[in-house]
Design a protein. Structure first.
Length: 402
């Protein structure tokens, strides 16, 4: 009986194909919007996590000041000293390595090509703190680091703009005031949503940068690698106490440095993108309710149009439950058809937006199944009242209906 009822519902939909399409348009838009927003939201979250994992998830970033800037209106806090790096590495339990950084902006030139980029001076510890594989060549030796040799490893953006079509390893080019030998090339990391192009960088020994670019021994950033077996809160507390002592911060005076945990940044950004995804999906879900109201409206019209047909069925022996089932199946079929079209539309929109947003494409089976199930439930909920109304008709009154 259910098969026959389903065929009758399909035939009824086919008789008014345009009206049926307009009826399910709200379901199509609602399902499509919800699936698109949730899928792209999860893809964005995955992209953020991937970018942060490229920076390292067990890293503490230490800077002078109370934030990323100077903070407040007072004098600029003093930079760190090389002795601070040594003290943290030797005295704080759970610290695997400490990499100081000194940065400058310079124009790099090679055979007529020039490119403005960032020069980062650091120690070989950076490759332990922040794993960044090389695609070719090597890193500098301890002797080259201590001597402040003009050697460097370059990011893929610098390589693409200065050494297009040639192997840069072993070549010499000019970076600001010095000539530098390329000893290695870094693997590609890509764009960071909060930090620009991570591959647009030239990495040198820190003494080279301090002597030839900044002119001081000051350190504006320390990257601290931590052991996963230790609590990062305890490590932060230890570093805070040590730096307060070394920087002569006593009593109730506030710290003139700040410590950021990359894992906390990851959790914050992930939580934010997840919340925004849920809000947008909830707004998009309103279309599903509008679509359900549209189905109820058209089913009420259908009951009125087919009153005489209902009367004939009841007069020749059909029971009220059979009439109710017929109209309920028709409403569910409309709603499910809208759900299927919405899912197909969503996948098409996702495929178009993924390259534009530069996020990975993922197929989330769960949200697709849930969205389709919701569309079916909407058909039941909003189709029940018209179906109940049809089943409650009096056969004699229905046969007299014109």
């Amino acid at each position: 009986m259910l098969g026959t009822t389903f065929l009758l519902a399909i035939r009824s939909i086919q008789r008014h194909i345009l009206r049926s399409f307009l009826t399910i348009l709200g379901i199509v838009i609602g399902v499509g919007a919800v699936v698109t927003m949730v899928t792209l939201g999860k893809a964005t979250t995955a992209a953020v996590q991937q970018q942060i994992s490229a920076l390292g998830t067990n890293i503490l970033q230490i800077r002078p000041g109370q934030g990323f800037g100077r903070g407040g209106g007072g004098p600029r806090p003093p930079d760190f000293e090389p002795e601070d790096v040594t003290a943290i590495a030797n005295q704080i339990a759970g610290v695997t390595a400490v990499a100081p950084q000194a940065s400058a902006t310079a124009t790099a030139i090679h055979e007529g090509a020039n490119w403005s980029t960032t020069v980062n001076g650091t120690t070989s510890a950076i490759f332990r703190v922040q794993p960044w594989p090389l695609t070719a060549g090597r890193t500098w030796t301890r002797a080259e680091e201590e001597a402040g040799k003009a050697v460097c490893v370059i990011g893929s953006t610098v390589q693409r703009n200065l050494f297009a079509g040639v192997d840069p390893v072993g070549r010499r080019f000019r970076v600001g005031p010095i000539s530098c030998d390329v000893i290695g090339t870094l693997s590609t990391r890509g764009q960071a949503g909060f930090g620009g192009d991570q591959d647009d960088v030239i990495v040198m020994p820190i003494k080279t940068v301090q002597r030839r670019f900044t002119g001081t021994r000051d350190i504006r950033l320390m990257l601290v690698g931590t052991d996963q077996a230790y609590s990062t809160q305890q490590i932060q507390a230890g570093i805070t106490d040590l730096l307060r002592e070394r920087r002569a911060i006593t009593g109730g005076r506030e710290d003139d440095f700040n410590i950021f945990d990359t894992r906390q940044i990851s959790d914050t950004l992930t939580g934010t993108t997840t919340l925004l995804t849920r809000i947008v999906a909830a707004v998009a879900a309103i279309s599903l309710v509008v679509g359900g109201i549209g189905i109820m409206n058209i089913m009420l019209v259908s009951v009125t149009e087919r009153t005489r047909e209902i009367g004939i069925r009841l007069a020749i022996g059909a029971v009220a439950n059979e009439v109710l089932l017929q109209f309920l199946v028709e409403a569910v079929a409309l709603s499910c058809l809208g759900g299927v079209i919405g899912l197909i539309l969503a996948q098409g929109v996702i495929l178009l937006l993924v390259p534009v947003m530069q996020v990975p494409w993922t197929f989330d089976l769960q949200i697709n199944v849930v969205a389709f199930a919701i569309s079916a439930v909407i058909g039941v909920v909003f189709g029940y009242f018209p179906a109940r109304r049809a089943a409650a008709l009096n056969p004699i009154d229905a046969l007299r209906h014109e």
